[in-house]
Ligand binder design. Sequence first.
Ligand code: AMP
Length: 603
Amino acid sequence: MTTPVDSFADLGLSASLLKTLAEIGYESPSPIQAECIPILLEGKDLIGQAQTGTGKTAAFALPLMEQIDVKLTKPQALVLTPTRELAIQVAEALQSYAKNLPGFHVLPIYGGQSYTIQLKQLSRGAHIIVGTPGRVMDHLERKTLNLDNLKTMVLDEADEMLRMGFIDDVEWILERTPAQHQTALFSATMPEQIRRVAQKYLVEPREVKIKSATATVAAIRQVYWQVSGMHKLDALTRILEVENDFDAAIIFVRTKNATVELADKLAARGYAAAALNGDLNQQMRERVIEQLKSGALDIVIATDVAARGIDVPRVSHVVNYDIPYDTEAYVHRIGRTGRAGRTGNAILFVAPREIRMLRTIERATRSPIAPLTLPSRADVTNKRVAGFKEKVAEVLNAEGLDFFANIVAQIAEEQDVGAEEVAAALCQMAQEGKPLQIPGEDPAPTRAPTPFATDSRRPASFAERERKPRSDERGDKPRFEERGERPRFEDKPKRAAPPSGDMVRYRIDVGRDHGVQVKDIVGAIANEAGIESRFIGRIGLYDESSTVELPAGMPAEAANALKRTRVRGVPINLRPDEGRPDGDGERKFDGERKFKKKPYADR
Ligand code: AMP
C-alpha cells in the first residue's frame, strides 16, 4: 500500500470497464494495479515485479482490454504463461473483464489440448491469445497463429518460464513478433537471465516493484491455514467455533460482493454478521462499527478500504479469508485486533499457490506464521459439549429447580426409565436445531495424487469446450488451484522421492547435440502431457536422444501429445525405449564424464 489509490476511475480506465469492475465487486485497485495500469495505458513497456495474489493479472489485463478493437477479429495481444493452468486462469480473468464488451474473444492455447480444437478456435478469430510457449511456438511455425496485428505482448511469471526451461522458446517467439508493439514482463523475482531478456526486447521499460516494507507486528498470535480439502466457509466456522477467547472478528475479503455473500452465509449459520464495504455510506458504515462495538454484531466482513482505521477493542480475531495484496495491507489488517492492550489473533487463509506471499509476509514482518491444523469434528463436538455443560451447570446453580425436578421424577416413573434417560431426552430437546455433533466426515489430509492431469484440474468454462468436466466433491475450485500443482523444481529435494508404482522408460529424439537440458525435457512433458514434474522419473541425456521414465498407464491422449511435443523446436517422438537407442548407443553415453559417476542427471 504505497500511496493507496482509492478508485479505478483515477487510473484512466474507460467508463465501460469501470462499470464492469463495479459489477464484479472490485472496490479499489491493488498497489500493483495502481502503478501499472496508467503506464500500460500510455503504451509504455513495463517490468513488473509481482507475485500471485498481488492482483497482477488485472494489472495487465485491464489495459489490454482497453486496446482491443472488437471489430478486428485478429490476435491483438498475446499473453505467455508458464503453465496451462495459468493460461486458463488468465483467459478466464480476461473473459470476466469483457463482461460488457460483446463479441470479445479470448483463447487459451496450451499443450495437451487437441490441435483440431485449437485450429478451429484460432480460425474463428480471437482478440487475445493466452498460451504456453511451446504450443504458441508450434502454431507460429505452422502459421496457424498470425501476430501481424499484435499490439501488446505480456510475459506472465517470466521467472517460472525460465525455471521450466522455456526461456529460449519465449525468445524465439519474441523474435517473431512485429517490431512495433508494447511488451509487459511480470516476474516474482528478477534473475539475471530475465533481466537480459528484458534488456533485449523491451524498449525503455518502466519498472514497478511493490515494496514489501518491513514492519513489526505487536503481540498478535499469527497462524495460517493452507486451503485444502474443505470449503473455506466450513473451515472458517470450524475455526471460529473452536478458537479460545473468541469475542468478535473482522474478516477480510477482496471484493464488495464477497463481503455481502459471506455475511449472508454466516448469518444463515447463526452468526451476528454484517458486511462493511465502500457501497455503504458513511452513516451506514458507522452504524456497523457501532454495532460491532456494542456486541449487536460479532463478525464484520470487510474490504481493505472500508476497514481502514477501525478501532474496536473487542475484536479478538482478524481473519484474512482472502490473502492481502501485500505486506503493508497485511500489517494494516491484523492491526485491527490486539488493541487497547489486549492480545489479538490473526488467521490467514493461504491457497497453495499463494505460499510465496505467505513467506514474503513472514519475512517482512519478521515473525513466523505458524500453520494451523483445522479443528476436527471431534474438536468441535468437544467444544460444543463443554459449552453446553457450562450452561447446564449455571442453571443447576440457580434457584427454583424443584418444580422441574418433580416433573422429571414423574416422567421417570410414568415411562419406567431412569432420571438419566429423561435428562438425555431433555438435552436432545434443548439442542434441537443446534446439534452438538457436526455431520459428515473430516476431510482426508491430502488426496492421493495422480500423475496425469485430468479434466477436473481445469476450470470448467474452458475445459467444457473439450470434454465434460468431472465433478469434484470438494466444491467449485479446480483441483490444481488447491494443490498448487505448478511444478517448481527447486521446491523438491534434489533426488525426488521415487514415484510409487511402475515406471516405463521412453526414448525421445532430442539430446545434448540439440542443446537440450534436463529442465527443458521436464518442462515440455509437464506442460504437454499434464504430468506433474514430481512424477517424472530419471532422465538420461545422450548426444542425439534421451531417455525419460514416466509412470505406467499413460493415457493415450497424453502419449499422443508427447509424440508431437517439441523441445527446442525438435519433435521428440516419444516411444517406449527398446534398449539400445538407434545410432546413439551406450558407447556414446557420456553421462559419466558430465555427471561424475552419475549416469542420470538429477532433477
Ligand atoms: P492475481 O494476483 O492476479 O492472481 O489475483 C488474485 C485475486 O485477486 C484474483 O482472484 C482477482 O480476482 C482478485 N483481484 C485482483 N484485483 C482485485 C481488486 N482490485 N479488487 C478485488 N479483487 C481483486
